[in-house]
Design a protein around this ligand. Structure first.
Ligand code: SF4
Ligand code: SF4
Length: 178
């Protein structure tokens, strides 16, 4: 079947001038500026970082490695989180623990925050409440900063105020046989 082509009409003379378009755009910007200054409460944007959006309590932000009662990391280096991570961004190096009731613990636990897709699979996979995704979402850093968070960042960064204690207690787990 023959394709029918239509000639594109030439632009009208006024549209060849770019100044009317620029002034129309500036007018819209000025109108929105005045409207926002007079109705700050109805602005759709926030003055970040002074104002921050309140996310749902179920929000899955940056990771937290929880701690035991004695302050050590709760993780038993079982590798379930690393195995389930779709972005392959968790690195764990396990070591034997001095306490015979604790099989292993991580001497290295790292998450590459720039590769993480914040899916929450690591939190879901963990059998002992050792990793959670907290309410923070900012991962700021300058060009060349280290975005590979280690145990110090994940468990003891200043925002966590000494660490988040796990609800899963080893002695209770052993009594329950899990
Ligand atoms: S949130 Fe998802 S992508 Fe990020 S470390 Fe956990 S499992 Fe990996
Ligand atoms: S965070 Fe949980 S799932 Fe990951 S290695 Fe530690 S104990 Fe296992």
């Amino acid at each position: 079947m023959a394709v029918e082509y239509k000639e594109v009409p030439k632009p009208v003379k006024a549209a060849e001038w770019y100044l009317p378009g620029i002034f129309t755009g500036l007018g819209i910007t000025l109108k929105n500026l005045v409207r926002n200054l007079l109705n700050k409460d109805q602005m759709l944007t926030l003055n970040y970082p002074e104002e921050k959006y309140e996310y749902s309590p179920r929000f899955k932000g940056t990771h937290i490695l929880t701690t035991r009662k004695d302050g050590s990391v709760r993780c038993t280096a079982c590798m379930l989180c690393a195995t389930n991570c779709p972005a392959n961004c968790i690195t764990i190096v396990a070591s034997e623990h001095q306490d015979p009731t604790v099989e292993k613990y991580p001497i290295v636990y790292e998450i590459d925050m720039l590769r993480c897709v914040f899916c929450g699979f690591c939190e879901e996979a963990c059998p002992v409440d050792a990793i959670r995704m907290g309410p923070e979402w900012q991962v700021p850093g300058k060009n060349g900063s280290n975005f590979i968070w280690g145990i110090q960042d994940l468990a003891y960064r200043p925002q966590l105020k000494g660490g988040v204690q796990s609800v899963c207690d080893d002695s209770e787990r052993h009594i329950a046989g899990i």
